[in-house]
Structure formats: structure tokens, C-alpha cells
Write a protein that binds this ligand. Structure first.
Ligand SMILES: [Zn+2]
Length: 298
């Protein structure tokens, strides 16, 4: 099953929801960055949230999530657009920590994402095509990513939100399943409906367990939401990086003539690597000479 997000409403439009599978996306991120299990889980959960926050946007809008914790995994950055094109980066993909007590189910590694991420801040920047992008920031709640976003929505957007994000990594470090859901309640939801959702959430199994057993994003929402659900739209999710040689050229140019000359003299060339996709861009002596000329005539 290819990755996708489904968008839905229920309770006469007073509830909106998203659910997704992101197994392929997380596998690609994990492979590109050479992540071990803990980093796959931390980056994968963030990217899964990013994909869903992306489709909440419109047109050319983009969202960038920064998880800035003081734990050994370092910084996590994910950006996504309204077409659920997602890319992401984690500073230290090779960190391992001892397993945590009490896991979701037996064959899941009990990955201690909270300790890997540590304490710090969650920043969400939305570029809505206006002059200044809007950034909301909250302290990390526990570094487990899902709870951090629940807290973000409560603090920053005053929207009661239930959500889950899951990445299942097997013992051979490969990503077996990933996905998540977001349910948001708008004003006017009846108490009995809130109670129903809370009860369903309290006995809800780990989301990756459902995905491994073949549940679709639609199935997941059916288990949680009372009454009839209107499934509005589905969006394919993909890994996409918009880096280009052109962009790196401009980056080199912006360093100025003196800096380019020193790279030329010391290294005779440059290899620049995109943090998001690990694509490498080579600039040889001739390329740098050309850029130097351009920089000098600016
Ligand atoms: Zn790239």
C-alpha cells in the first residue's frame, strides 16, 4: 500500500480528522540519512506529523517543524507542503539508547525517543506566502513527538487535539510500518461525543500494530470517531527535496569572492551535501573559477 493521507469530517463538521500511512516515506528518510532505530522513530514521527500539517495548508503554503531538544539525537527538521511532499533531517542518526521499560507490544523495540530528543522547544513555522512567515513555539512536553504536538495545538492554536504518531522498526533496523492520526474538536461538540472519543482512545492499540495488521487510515478513524464520517479527500505522501545545483551555486556566490578564492586555493574544489536528502553537488576548480569571476563582478 502506497502512503497516503485521508482527510475527514464528522459530527456535523465540528470534528476534523486526518489519518495516514507513511511507511514508505519514513523508510526513505531512514535510508537516506542512515538512521538507526531511535533516529528512524524520532524523525519518522516528526515527518508523519509534517505530512498531515502540510495538507492542512493551501496552495503554495509550506510548514517547517523544528524539534530542538538537548538530547543526543540533536536537532530534527521537517518541512512539508500542501501536496504532502515531505523532507526531513536529523542531526545524529546513529544514536542508540538503552530500551525503555514497558513497550507497546512484544516485538517492538522499546525506543526511548523522549530521552533521545531531550528537553527544549518545538517550533512550527508556516510560510503562508505573506511577507513574514509565522512561527509558533512551545516547550517540548516529553520529547516523544506526539505529546509535544498535542501540547503545541493546545497552547499555540487553542484547539483540543488527539493524535498518535508511530514508527515500527524491526530488529534489523528496517522500518516495518509508520503512520498517524490527528483528530481536532471545534467548539460545540457534545459531551457524550467527547466521552466516546476519549474511551476509544484509552483502549486504542499502538497505531503501528493496526497498520501491520492491514488497517487503512480510514479504518483507524472509524475506530475512534462516533457517528458517520465524511471522507473528503486523499493525498499521496512522498519524499521530495527541492534542492538543486543552482541553489548551491547561489549559496557559494553569497560567500563572496574572498571565501571562494580561499576554497579554490586550499581545496581545489568543493563537495556540498544537501542536509535533507544527502544529495552531493561537486564543484571542481573550473566551476569555482567561474563563480569567482561572477562574485568579483558583482
Ligand atoms: Zn536535497
Amino acid at each position: 500500500m502506497s502512503d497516503y493521507i485521508v482527510r475527514a469530517t464528522a459530527l456535523e463538521g465540528k470534528l476534523r480528522a486526518f489519518a495516514c500511512t507513511t511507511t514508505e516515506l519514513v523508510r526513505e528518510l531512514s535510508n537516506r540519512h542512515g538512521c538507526l532505530a531511535l533516529a528512524s522513530a524520532a524523525l519518522g514521527r516528526t515527518a508523519t506529523m509534517g505530512a498531515m500539517m502540510g495538507v492542512m495548508l493551501k496552495g503554495e503554503e509550506t510548514v517547517t517543524i523544528q524539534v530542538r531538544g538537548d538530547g543526543p539525537l540533536g536537532k530534527i527538521i521537517v518541512s512539508a507542503d500542501a501536496d504532502a511532499k515531505v523532507r526531513g533531517y536529523i542531526e545524529n542518526p546513529l544514536v542508540e539508547l538503552p530500551p525503555r521499560e514497558g513497550g507497546a507490544y512484544e516485538d517492538v523495540q522499546k525506543l526511548d525517543v523522549g530521552r533521545g530528543v531531550g528537553e527544549g522547544f518545538l517550533l512550527v513555522t508556516k510560510d503562508l506566502g505573506m511577507k513574514e512567515p509565522y512561527t509558533g513555539s512551545v516547550p517540548l512536553h516529553n520529547g516523544e513527538i506526539a505529546e509535544d504536538f498535542v501540547y503545541y495545538y493546545a497552547q499555540s492554536e487553542q484547539t483540543p487535539t488527539a493524535l498518535a504518531l508511530g514508527v515500527l522498526v524491526d530488529k534489523g533496523q528496517s522500518v516495518k510500518a509508520a503512520g498517524g492520526f490527528v483528530i481536532q474538536l471545534l467548539p460545540g461538540v457534545a459531551d457524550e461525543d467527547i466521552t466516546y472519543i476519549e474511551e476509544q482512545l484509552s483502549k486504542f492499540p499502538h497505531i503501528t500494530q493496526l497498520l501491520v495488521n492491514g488497517a487503512t487510515p480510514e479504518d483507524i478513524l472509524q475506530r475512534l470517531i462516533p457517528g458517520e464520517i465524511n471522507f473528503l479527500e486523499t493525498y499521496p505522501v512522498s519524499f521530495t527535496c527541492d534542492c538543486s545545483r543552482d541553489r548551491f551555486e547561489r549559496g557559494l556566490l553569497s560567500l563572496g569572492a574572498a571565501e571562494i578564492l580561499s576554497i579554490l586555493e586550499e581545496d581545489k574544489g568543493a563537495e556540498l551535501v544537501c542536509h535533507f536528502c544527502n544529495e552531493k553537488y561537486q564543484f571542481d576548480e573550473e566551476d569555482l573559477q567561474e563563480l569567482l569571476q561572477q562574485a568579483e563582478t558583482r
